[in-house]
Design a protein around this ligand. Sequence first.
Ligand code: ADP
Length: 259
Amino acid sequence: ANLRKYMSRSSRFARLQRVKCAVAGRNLYMRFSCSTGDAMGMNMVSKGVQNVLDYLQDDFPDMDVISISGNFCSDKKSAAVNWIEGRGKSVVCEAVIKEEVVKKVLKTNVQSLVELNVIKNLAGSAVAGALGGFNAHASNIVTAIFIATGQDPAQNVESSQCITMLEAVNDGKDLHISVTMPSIEVGTVGGGTQLASQSACLDLLGVKGANRESPGSNARLLAAVVAGAVLAGELSLISAQAAGHLVQSHMKYNRSSKD
Ligand code: ADP
């Protein structure tokens, strides 16, 4: 109860949920998890943790605080802890794509997509081990939305962590696609969200600023928008790869001399 009280002292939106402790040698690493309303929460949680540490220091005078943040945090780095414990918002987004859409719009078929996904998943886990998790280009989408909506683009590192899964459903006719993104770090207040263009983009998405009735729901919806956009991008890119159109479409659209 005391840790909760000190965590919330600097902001009524900072609510302590959990503290996870890990020991290594003579050091104790503490990972604080909080809800932070519509803020991404980096400043808010840092302030709260400082207050908690000051309180603990009074109670344990021989405690030596080495740093407020370390690699158990873990900000702007790829780290297993964020995959497993989550950081920011953890989102699963799914869709069923009908057979005729896979054929007409994506110009491929369900079986080719599923086969490609299996091969990519194997390659992904061989290269990146337990941290792997296959995704095609989630970081492109995440970084673009982060810049457009005033997030911290450096946090695309963990926010782009994504497992993309494709399966055949409805007797093998239709495609089920899901993206699992355990650590999307977004806010609709604080940071760069007040800048003119960025706040206009948040407004377009219907998530500008603080949600007064239900604090946190704007930030949660923004995380869902990120995952939905990643799902669409994954579908498009994987389809282009399955259909063999990747280079051809790059030449046509990316190298076009037309504006
Ligand atoms: P961050 O921690 O993401 O860096 P800041 O703490 O700098 O963000 O900014 C959030 C500020 O917005 C805090 O001062 C907080 O009290 C205020 N605020 C107002 N409404 C909300 C809300 N709905 N959710 C979170 N913070 C809010």
